[in-house]
Design a protein around this ligand. Structure first.
Ligand code: HPA
Length: 263
């Protein structure tokens, strides 16, 4: 790949982020893991950015059918070193409310059917997730959101469920007792796969609803109403964060494989 083709920063977004890059060129790639979601290459402040819409352009890929490995591998192949992701979540913590912006610092994986590793064979690889999200990008997202005047929750445990159904009230109560504060269906295995390829990854989430059993019903209409209001704020944070992201990485993510293997 020519150096001028290299794209070091990626945004992974859900539905509603289609226009984030303005003018962008679509890139279709194949990977050993299958076809990723379409990638769009554009610019923010002269930096080349790739946008990946994980649900596809028309919200046609449900959370449990997203090809997470193909998506992350495609980003890796075009030279991406840092991923700024965003996810819609339901709030389990009663102090959170719809419209809130949350930057999780930890996660619990309750997915059931997803392949969560690139390392199915030797060398056996155990990636360290003591610090599950990139500390440098988390800090930047929090500081940027605050600078723009948005209220942001700077810590939360995210639980990822398989979907596509929402959770039952009993499941949400269980997650609450386990210390989980927000729930979503797409944050994992993205974060883990990115770490395995030594890419930085952090997510800025927005609360689209209170989780099941806390509010009476969950409807697509209500969730999209909340999302419509908050998505422009998230886009603003992502764009401003990328403008100030230092060129050199100052975090341990780039060396994630260094101590991950025996022998
Ligand atoms: N549960 C799971 N995923 C979600 C929710 C929820 O309540 N809201 C947005 N994504």
């Amino acid at each position: 790949m020519k150096n001028s083709e290299k794209t070091e920063i990626a945004i992974i977004g859900g539905t509603g982020f289609e226009k984030l890059l303005g003018k962008a060129r679509q890139l279709r790639l194949g990977t050993p893991y299958g076809i990723p979601a379409p990638l769009y290459v554009g610019k923010i402040n002269r930096k080349r950015i790739v946008l990946l819409l994980r649900h596809g352009p028309n919200h046609s890929i449900p959370p449990h059918k997203i090809n997470y490995k193909a998506n992350i591998y495609a980003l890796y192949k075009i030279g991406v070193e840092r991923i700024l992701a965003t996810n819609a979540v339901g709030a389990i913590n009663l102090n959170f409310k719809p419209g809130d912006i949350v930057v999780p610092d930890d996660f619990v994986d309750f997915t059931k059917l997803r392949c969560t590793t690139f390392f199915d064979k030797a060398p056996v690889t155990h990636i360290d997730v003591s610090q599950p999200y990139c500390p440098e990008i988390r800090k930047l997202l929090i500081e940027t959101a605050r600078r723009l005047g948005f209220n942001v929750r700077n810590k939360a445990v995210l639980v990822c469920t398989e979907g596509p159904r929402y959770e039952t009230p009993a499941e949400i109560e269980m997650f609450r007792r386990l210390g989980c504060e927000v729930v979503g269906m797409t944050g994992i295995p993205e974060a883990v796969l990115a770490r395995e390829l030594e890419m930085c990854y952090a997510s800025i989430c927005y609360v689209s609803n209170m989780a099941a059993g806390i509010q009476e019903r969950l409807t697509a209409l209500e969730l999209s109403k909340v999302s419509k209001n908050v998505v422009p704020k998230i886009e603003q944070v992502l764009i401003e964060a990328i403008k100030t992201l230092p060129h050199k990485r100052n975090c341990p993510c780039a060396n994630a494989l260094r101590d991950a293997r025996f022998g």
